[in-house]
Design a protein around this ligand. Structure first.
Ligand SMILES: [Zn+2]
Length: 119
């Protein structure tokens, strides 16, 4: 048996008009449309308040979007990337701020699809 190693490594050419960002979890570079942008808005009342795909004010952190999800679906972040980003403190790097345990909780609560059904 001769296994064929002819895997065509054709990476989809990325349109130069499409802005490319890196996921803070897996560090893969992808077109913006395949990522979810999470912006931290500083609010006096909340430890951390997240805007998913919100207006482009503030610093954004990018995470891979689950394939096929709508851009306005909140729970569309690839969980492996989210976990990795959290464990590697990538949010504090992206936002240039300290992200404490409370913030981590808030991020998890905001982005994880626990009970919220997507519809
Ligand atoms: Zn990723």
């Amino acid at each position: 048996m001769t296994p064929r190693h002819r895997r065509s490594k054709r990476v989809r050419a990325i349109d130069s008009h499409v802005p490319v960002r890196s996921c803070i979890g897996c560090r893969r570079r992808r077109p913006q449309s395949e990522l979810v942008r999470i912006t931290r808005t500083v609010d006096d009342d909340a430890p951390v308040s997240l805007v998913v795909d919100g207006p482009s004010s503030g610093r954004g952190a990018w995470l891979c979007r689950i394939e096929g999800t709508r851009s306005d679906a909140q729970f569309s972040v690839v969980e492996a990337c989210l976990d990795r980003a959290l464990s590697q403190q990538q949010f504090s790097r992206a936002w240039r701020t300290r992200v404490g345990p409370d913030d981590v909780e808030a991020i998890r609560a905001a982005l994880r699809r626990d009970e919220q059904p997507t519809s």
